[in-house]
Design a protein around this ligand. Sequence first.
Ligand SMILES: C[S@@+](CC[C@H](N)C(=O)[O-])C[C@H]1O[C@@H](n2cnc3c(N)ncnc32)[C@H](O)[C@@H]1O
Length: 292
Amino acid sequence: MTKIQKKKHGRSLIAGVNALFREIETNKGEAAILKDVYAGYFAERGGLVGILNMARFVIPPLNRILHSLQTVHNIRHCAIDHCVLEAYKQGCRQFVILGAGYDMRPFRFSQIRNDASSLWIELDNPATAERKMQLLENIPDADIQCQIKRIQVRFEDRSLKHLLEEAEVREEEAICFILEGIIHYQSEEDFQNMCVDMLTGQFHREIVLSFITPKTVERAGKWQRQLLTWVKEIPKLFFTPHALKEHFQEYDCNFFQHWNYNEQVASFAPHAKERSVRQSQDVAHIARRVLP
Ligand SMILES: C[S@@+](CC[C@H](N)C(=O)[O-])C[C@H]1O[C@@H](n2cnc3c(N)ncnc32)[C@H](O)[C@@H]1O
């Protein structure tokens, strides 16, 4: 493997920054949008992230964009928490996280962590997944009843169908797929293939995802573009809510709910409405719910 390829497949800095954002938010106590007591174990602090964190104090626009990114990430994570718990209520006991990063939902939701019948599959790029495995060792023994399987993969290299088979997911039972901060990195073809594999058959499926709209891309400012270039994680696939809904209707999905940023705040974190933000990702909860 060449040096450039190695870099391209390195761990995701954004996943580690998201953990840092959740840690900072959690430490706000009463005013926090969400609580993730595990985030601090995974937060990226060194290298480029450390430099930016210092530079923000002398570059006000950078400081503003980092504040904004922190708020939008936490509100989105909180919105997705809500959708995942709703999928659990709808009967899902199998959860597949694509591009899991440092998502700690199986640990964070007491109801789910104590449910021995629930199975979580985390799929992630090997470099990010390996870092997570190493850092998980620092977490004091958690009393987790649910089962967690982790598979290291690059989505370009293996189909989701094969990954689900390897994880021994029971395809005739309900499955909830979680795609937070990931679909915009896929090619159109890879995303199509993922959808086919998520929605094969006529079984109960819930899909919770975040996505970037073309309008959000248009409005992205200089600093936001620059940050994405520096971390080398450039989004390339965008949807309007309408296009996303139509896309999933082709797979017989009969439930579609969508939240833009203001709707996420109003529904899940009304106390954060005074915070000033710029670009965010929208959230959608899509399902094919079948009659028993
Ligand atoms: C922006 S991070 C989001 C992480 C986490 N879901 C969150 O919201 O904090 C994107 C995640 O997707 C993973 N990822 C990106 N492209 C991937 C690919 N082609 N194959 C496998 N994993 C990928 C990265 O390793 C990273 O964990």
